[in-house]
Design a protein around this ligand. Structure first.
Ligand code: ZN
Ligand code: ZN
Length: 261
């Protein structure tokens, strides 16, 4: 089954294209399932507007649009309504309320920031510092313990700042992979990281060292396009490379999303 559960929309302020263009691109490229998982808004205690996610007042528009497309294209593709969410401890109750209120199908875990993004400590920028590597690990484990997330997105995103797969990176990779293995958590092989590298920018993920450990530990992977524009779904170039790499590592690739609520 050809599926992708990691798709953004222009509401997050760093993706392009209309929602319908993502759907058409997925249909043309033979996808059977397309899950939208735009960066979730949060009900911040103080006024704060992030430049990497939709604001709270956009959620209704997002939900309505995806549900309309789900109906319109029901005979051609299965569309799911999801969100990519961090684990922000102080805001989890409001996230759960939002999931219930809008009948969200699933959420995936993008462990991007320490505590909340109000502090602007993006792991892809601060993990050059050992203390943030430890925080990344703790945040990942604590978040996964909630049991809410269908999978862990780009588990190796810390490499964006770390750059070199050193002993600290190796240590936290083992811990993440072992926790995922023991708790049956899927790890995402993220195609957007490959695209970023190809465009000449530094991503350093998916990281060969991390996935070698995942292979050793026996993790299962799910491929995520992490589409930020419709044409990311219009090519199998990165998917083919990812499949080959994972197969060479004897890592099982799962296509079906585990639903958690
Ligand atoms: Zn992400
Ligand atoms: Zn994403």
């Amino acid at each position: 089954m050809k599926a992708n559960y990691h798709t953004h929309t222009k509401r997050c302020k760093h993706a392009q294209g209309e929602d319908e263009e993502y759907v058409l691109s997925a249909i043309e490229n033979g996808y059977e399932v397309l899950g939208f998982s735009d960066h979730t808004p949060w009900a911040y205690k103080e006024p704060f507007s992030s430049n990497t996610r939709m604001d709270l007042d956009m959620i209704e528009d997002y939900v309505i649009s995806i549900r309309e497309l789900k109906e319109k294209y029901a005979s051609k593709i299965e569309i799911l309504l999801g969100l990519e969410c961090e684990y922000f401890p102080e805001y989890m109750d409001s996230l759960k309320e939002m999931i219930k209120k809008y009948d969200i199908d699933y959420i995936i875990f993008g462990n991007h920031f320490y505590k909340t993004d109000e502090y602007r400590e993006y792991y892809g920028r601060v993990c050059s510092d050992d203390i943030y590597m430890e925080r990344y690990l703790m945040g990942a484990i604590e978040g996964l313990k909630t049991g809410l997330y269908s999978y862990l997105c780009h588990p190796d995103v810390f490499m964006r700042a770390r750059r070199v797969f050193d002993d600290v990176a190796r240590d936290i990779s083992y811990k993440i992979c072992r926790y995922a293995k023991e708790n049956d958590v899927l790890l995402e092989y993220n195609l957007e990281g490959m695209r970023i590298e190809d465009e000449g920018r530094e991503a350093h993920y998916p990281c060969a060292g991390f996935w070698k450990i995942a292979s050793e530990v026996g993790n299962k992977a799910i491929i995520g396009v992490d589409a930020h524009r419709p044409d990311s779904l219009a090519t199998d170039h990165y998917r083919s490379i990812a499949k080959k790499r994972l197969s060479d590592l004897s890592i099982e690739v799962v296509d079906e999303l585990p639903f958690k609520f």
